[in-house]
Ligand binder design. Structure first.
Ligand SMILES: NC(=O)c1ccc[n+]([C@@H]2O[C@H](COP(=O)([O-])OP(=O)(O)OC[C@H]3O[C@@H](n4cnc5c(N)ncnc54)[C@H](OP(=O)(O)O)[C@@H]3O)[C@@H](O)[C@H]2O)c1
Length: 327
């Protein structure tokens, strides 16, 4: 099998190593500075399409520096060449879902939400069922920070550790900056979750979600209540939660989509949902108040390794399906 890669940073480089170990050949590597093969520069970045010959799958691992348009354009252009795409970039799926929905069978997107848990695949399989509500923990970094602080460690120490482990963005930001830095990530993941769930006819765009950044007072309160607070996303036909710190509420088609630091003792379902450490979790409540069952998926949510293994599984599935009728 032959791979093309767009982005060769933390994820792209480790992914290409893993693909190499699995016997894949690398067709090209596109990065801002140009297009490469085996470390040799072949040309400018805008010429990447010339090097796509024989590529079976294109892997997209670029940061979201815009609303996802750049990633969307890459996906669209690979599809026009008949090449399926596996992506871990969240902007395209969270803001251009309407445009991509017709070609989802040619996109591996599991790594955009939930790291290695594959929770989006599970959610997609539940489409059409009588979903009453959905709750999720989709940011492993925030979950890890609050889990560790609850066990008695200081916020400063835990935040420094998340940077070292590569869970949070590296840099000089304060703990408040780091927490706020994760909120955009949650908004993008929430839009993807809602759209994939198919509970409503309408789709949403992450850019339309207005979230409230945390301020110093919020942080002080959060530290006092750390053991009972987790950042939870909920999609429900009921009204939002009044006891939420930070976050957002967005209403569409009779559904309330909300997220924030919630009190996990307020809703018994949260006891089943909240995972330890850096993990992510998804809970689907089926039938009125769960009369048809409550299902939970959990697993490692942050970090390069689970992301890469999810991307490799996606590629495998795309190649097995071989449905490349791209719309
Ligand atoms: N790091 C993680 O643990 C993790 C986990 C889950 C998901 N993700 C997602 O994975 C993606 C990549 O993350 P990363 O940590 O690997 O980022 P990174 O280390 O900053 O690397 C980004 C790579 O993308 C290239 N790039 C940027 N803009 C580009 C463009 N327009 N066209 C072509 N290449 C471009 C860069 O080129 P240059 O090399 O020339 O600078 C670089 O090689 C992000 O969307 C992130 O949210 C990351």
């Amino acid at each position: 099998m032959k791979a093309g890669a767009v982005g060769a940073g933390i994820i792209g480089t480790a992914l290409l190593d893993r693909l190499g170990e699995a016997g894949w050949e690398t067709g090209f590597v596109a990065r801002r500075s140009g297009v490469y093969i085996n470390g040799e520069r072949l040309g400018d970045l805008d010429k990447y399409a010339e090097y796509c010959g024989g590529v079976d799958v294109a892997f997209l691992a670029i940061p979201t520096l815009d609303d996802g348009r750049t990633a969307f354009d890459y996906i669209h252009s690979f599809h026009r060449l008949g090449i399926p795409v596996v992506t871990c970039e969240k902007g395209a799926m969270s803001n251009y879902y309407d445009e991509l929905e017709g070609s989802l069978d040619c996109i591996g997107y599991s790594a955009t939400v939930g790291g290695g848990t594959r929770l989006l695949r599970y959610l997609r399989e539940m489409q059409g069922r009588n979903i009453w509500e959905i709750h999720a923990i989709v940011n492993g970094t925030l979950n890890y920070i609050f889990d560790e602080v609850s066990s008695g460690r200081s916020l400063g120490e835990v935040v420094a550790e998340t940077k070292k482990l590569g869970y949070a963005e590296p840099g000089e930001g304060s703990p408040l900056d780091v927490l706020n830095g994760e909120l955009h990530d949650v908004a993008m993941k929430t839009a993807i979750l809602f759209n994939i769930s198919g509970v409503a006819d309408k789709r949403i765009r992450a850019v339309d979600i207005c979230y409230k950044p945390l301020d110093d007072d919020d942080l002080r309160r959060l530290m006092r209540e750390a053991s009972s607070r987790r950042y939870i996303v909920s999609i429900s036909g009921e009204n939002g939660d009044n006891d939420m710190i930070g976050g957002f509420e967005h209403n569409v088609d009779g559904w309330t989509i909300s997220a924030g630091f919630r009190n996990i003792h307020e809703n018994p379902l949260f006891q089943q949902l909240v995972p330890p450490g850096v993990n992510n979790a998804l809970m689907i409540v089926e039938g009125e108040y769960g009369s048809d069952g409550t299902y939970v998926v959990k697993g490692q949510g942050a970090g390069a390794k689970p992301t890469i293994s999810s991307m490799m599984k996606d590629a495998d599935k795309l190649l097995k399906k071989k449905i490349f009728t791209i719309t």
